[in-house]
Design a protein around this ligand. Sequence first.
Ligand code: NAP
Length: 429
Amino acid sequence: MPPSSVRIGLLGCGVVGQGLLKLLRERERLIRDSVGAPIQVSRVAVRDPGKRRECELSGIHVGTDAMAVAEASDVDLLVELAGGEAMLEPVRAALRRGIPVVTANKHILALHGEELERLAGESKTTIRCEASAGGGIPVLQALDHGLRTENFQLLVAILNGTTNFILSTMARDGRDFAEALAAAQTLGFAEADPTLDLSGQDTAQKLSILVRRAFRMDVAFSSIPTEGIIGMELEDLRQADRFGYTVKLLGIALRHPEGLDVRVHPAFIPKRYLLAAVRDEFNGIYLRGEATGSMLFYGKGAGANPTAQAVLGDVVVTARECVSGVKLLGTPPMRDPEQRLPLDQVRTKYYLRLLVEDRPGVLAQVAANLGATNVSVAQMFQAEGVRGEASITILTHHAKDKDVREAVAGIAKLPTTRKTPRAVRIFDI
Ligand SMILES: NC(=O)c1ccc[n+]([C@@H]2O[C@H](COP(=O)([O-])OP(=O)(O)OC[C@H]3O[C@@H](n4cnc5c(N)ncnc54)[C@H](OP(=O)(O)O)[C@@H]3O)[C@@H](O)[C@H]2O)c1
């Protein structure tokens, strides 16, 4: 007998949880027709049950014990929207007893994704996580289903709305980093503590989730070389513009004959790239597949409604499985472990900006440092500065990443160098 309704246990009733409850109510009829039975929220766990919420909770058991919800007999589907490591045990508990899970928690997926998917498989259930990477963009469902059997060579993505908003604001309005960050905070695009976003860690977590789907490879997020946008100066964005580039914080996964190159860092990208048009708080995921060629997924990476819609998509598919008893396809099977290409060995172009003493012989010293590690100059621009200083901008040809970093370290130590050189990779393949 198919169940007369699918009962949800909801962990967290914050921005996304409230958005989900609102959509469940507003789209009740469409959801029931899609699932084949109504969806009811039977239990909710929050930190503070006394807090005022923008949603109707009457008739729902509201408590503070997430584990009790995960283990409750009146829960057919666990939806985890509380976030953080504390939700790992409740999610494990639900999966162990064969209860499917929908979560938006990039943290536990990036750290424990392999284990949670194995647990789900062992219990013949599923864990879905569309909202954990790319927010409202349905890229994981596309990778799990329509693109499941595609071979991808390249994934380049803008996965963090906060940093994209900051870089877009700096470039467009000529504001410096601190002003653009303050604007992002005022508009609610940045957390009070934006460290995870600015450091690139948030992008690395999402990239590890995407690489798992697109390349069917388990890449621990802690193993991804990661650099954020802290230290990015307005002058770097001006120079990027001068040379026909725009600056983005990228998550990159690129297949080379020697192995998979996975990294997160800010990069100059040509203005003609589709990703260059992904501005402000928007996200974009560019994929290049063997059969499909180029594709761009574009949309909102965060916010109550877009994220709740992504969660609802997973909820509907999973609830449909509960009703029909037929499991749809889950995460694609992993390939045999593949070699990784270490960042040191990656060949890339670089943008360098140096502040040096403006006197004869200085340029020769800079050139000698670059030449010593086989880094050749593609373009150079020198501007006279104040106080006997000169600002030199250099674009290099492709060189090994390690060699460029060694050259830059050498230049930084020259007595004629006035400021730590700025060095940003150019992603132009
Ligand atoms: N916001 C977005 O745009 C967005 C986008 C993509 C993914 N996500 C992910 O979605 C998840 C939820 O994000 P959010 O923005 O909705 O967060 P939020 O507004 O901070 O809400 C978190 C909710 O979880 C509850 N909670 C926290 N710890 C708990 C615990 N130990 N036990 C029980 N309840 C607990 C909180 O209770 P109280 O309300 O009582 O404090 C709150 O209702 C996170 O994993 C986040 O990374 C969010």
